[in-house]
Design a protein around this ligand. Structure first.
Ligand code: ZN
Length: 123
């Protein structure tokens, strides 16, 4: 596979920008709903309190996921802006240095590893 064309880079840049804004919005929303569970103690029974704690834990997990993704998106955007400056070039696997399949980038434009390296990391 050849290097990404300028046009492709621009289009990934646009997807990344949109993703960036979306993640910021999601993080904004989830921070507003992250009130301390203690506030509910007088109002709700034990079971609903467990619910609230579980919900909060879930929202924390989501936030961590969003934040991690946001970092990847920001890094990818930076790589595109720096365009072709050595090791961090967008679209190249940071592990093996191979280029990342464009179909993979279309699904997940912030990818920093090729499919092979991603899979071996997850296993
Ligand atoms: Zn790789």
């Amino acid at each position: 596979m050849d290097d990404l064309t300028e046009k492709q880079l621009k289009s990934f840049g646009r997807s990344l920008k949109a993703l960036h804004d979306e993640l910021l919005m999601l993080l904004d929303i989830s921070s507003e709903s992250g009130d301390p569970v203690e506030l509910d103690q007088t109002k709700v029974g034990r079971l609903s309190r467990m619910d609230a704690i579980q919900q909060q834990e879930m929202s924390h997990a989501c936030r961590a996921g969003y934040q991690k993704r946001l970092k990847d998106v920001q890094r990818a955007l930076l790589n595109i802006e720096q365009g072709g400056s050595g090791l961090c070039e967008y679209g190249w696997c940071q592990h093996c240095g191979d280029n990342i399949d464009i179909r993979r980038l279309e699904v997940k434009p912030e990818s920093k590893f090729c499919v092979k390296c991603q899979e071996s990391q997850e296993n």
